[in-house]
Design a protein around this ligand. Structure first.
Ligand SMILES: *[C@@H]1O[C@H](CO)[C@@H](O)[C@H](O)[C@H]1NC(C)=O
Ligand SMILES: *[C@@H]1O[C@H](CO)[C@@H](O)[C@H](O)[C@H]1NC(C)=O
Ligand SMILES: *[C@@H]1O[C@H](CO)[C@@H](O)[C@H](O)[C@H]1NC(C)=O
Length: 414
């Protein structure tokens, strides 16, 4: 069959015939005489289809082989490259009220290292080169990838060596040494979780019916603010292995910066001042029940004035010192990568410092560092909490709150 001929001959034929012609046409090498060829509906459609396919292929190839996207200006929007702290993380950083009767203040991370030595559980390691914040992560080579390493006080902490009490912030909120690590974790498009982690060399546990329980060397607490397109949405307050979440709109603010209250001794973070019952979640108690935290507007601490800044890659689980604020030199990554504990191991029951009451010990293990704060979360609460993640819309909901209870016991390591 001759395609030209067919084309002419088939003028005015039915659709079904054209289809047949078009199928048949594929079998011929003969060039089409486009001047005379009839532009059938099918031919136009097939042309359009091939153009569309070609355009799609080009688009796909362009997407695959495009030069790496580099934003011309570092706006507050994602993509947020590793090593870059978005400005809103600073603008909306929490301010922390330390309790009026606080004795254990935010503490120098570097000083803490200098006054402790690494132990594998209770046994001091013969690791006699000096470690500092840059190379603390060398300890990850020991003791189950560092997990069983304890930075143990050189002096008996019951003698209250001076470094244990940290440094009280000045009237401007400044601590003279670095006691905070601020970590931006880019999540899905537009979402950045910023962790404000606070370090205290000592956690003085609460007193329960005259029993003082749950002390530990080293104390890491945190707030987390979830930003969506640079807008703060919700804020997490860590409290004894659990905590509470509030909408940004609900929390107390100084300017636009949210305010947290660090409880006396335990440094649990609350959204409001007052008494906070730990065992019977619910109220600012009118009297001391069993386990009570106290918080008040004693001394204002601005952790951003002296902090280490990092970004954390949720996929590779790695920290990067913030380029604009000190870079790698100024923001020691080794301190963040160290997987062990920032204090002594729980003293043995035979140890004269140790005592217990209804199963609770006076001295418990020091905590792990910020890497262990569930930096990659689905919601604003750490994943896996009992009762899900409720973001409270009103500060008054702190009363009658169902405290989020984590896997750790209340008097655990936080
Ligand atoms: C550790 O210190 C001991 C005693 O001070 C010394 O004999 C030993 O060589 C040191 N080890 C290392 C690895 O430096
Ligand atoms: C850790 O770094 C400090 C300061 O750079 C250095 O003096 C020390 O020797 C290092 N320790 C080890 C074990 O490399
Ligand atoms: C703390 O709060 C009380 C009650 O609101 C207020 O009277 C007092 O001035 C505040 N203190 C400081 C240091 O802001």
């Amino acid at each position: 069959m001759d395609i030209e001929k067919t084309g002419i001959q088939k003028t005015g034929i039915e659709t079904t015939d054209i289809e047949k012609v078009d199928i048949e046409k594929g079998e011929f090498e003969e060039p089409v005489d486009w001047a005379t060829a009839r532009w059938t509906k099918e031919r136009i459609q097939s042309r359009l289809l091939s153009y569309t396919l070609a355009l799609c292929s080009i688009a796909i190839l362009a997407l695959i082989f495009q030069p790496r996207y580099t934003p011309s200006d570092t706006t507050d929007q994602t993509p947020n490259p590793q090593g870059t702290i978005p400005s809103y993380a600073i603008d909306y950083a929490p301010l922390i009220w330390l309790d009026v009767n606080e004795e254990y203040f935010p503490s120098s991370l570097a000083t803490h290292i200098q006054n402790t030595h690494p132990s594998l559980d209770h046994d001091a390691l013969t690791f006699n080169t000096t470690l500092d914040l840059t190379n603390l992560s060398l300890l990850n080579a020991l003791g189950d990838e560092g997990l069983n390493i304890f930075l143990t006080s050189n002096l008996d902490v019951t003698t209250l060596p001076p470094w244990l009490t940290g440094t009280k912030p000045s009237s401007t909120g400044l601590t003279s040494s670095t006691s905070a690590a601020i970590i931006a974790v880019p999540r899905s498009a537009g979402v950045v979780d910023v962790f404000y982690t606070y370090f205290y060399s000592f956690n003085l546990g609460p007193t329960v019916l005259g029993q003082q329980l749950g002390n530990h060397v080293g104390d890491w607490e945190h707030n987390m603010i979830r930003f969506v397109d640079g807008v703060p949405e919700a804020m997490w307050f860590s409290q004894h292995g659990g905590g509470q979440a509030f909408a940004y709109s609900a929390v107390e603010k100084i300017g636009k910066r949210p305010v947290g209250y660090s409880a006396k001794g335990t440094h649990a973070n609350y959204a409001s001042p007052g008494r906070h019952d730990m065992l019977l979640p619910g109220t600012h108690l009118p009297f001391d029940l069993l386990l009570t935290d106290y918080s008040s507007n004693g001394t204002l601490w601005d952790p951003t004035l002296n902090a280490f800044w990092y970004t954390y890659d949720a996929i590779t689980a790695s920290f990067t010192g913030a380029a604009g604020i000190g870079g790698e030199e100024g923001n020691p990554v080794g301190a963040m990568e160290f997987r062990g504990r920032w204090g002594d191991k729980q003293y043995k029951d035979g140890d004269e410092r140790q005592s217990w009451w209804w199963g609770w010990r006076r001295w418990v293990d020091g905590p792990r560092g910020p890497w262990d704060k569930k930096l990659v979360r689905e919601g604003v609460c750490p994943d896996g909490g009992f009762g899900g993640c409720v973001v409270k819309q009103d500060l008054r909901e702190e009363e009658g709150r169902g405290v989020w209870v984590g896997s750790q016991a209340w008097v655990g390591r936080d």
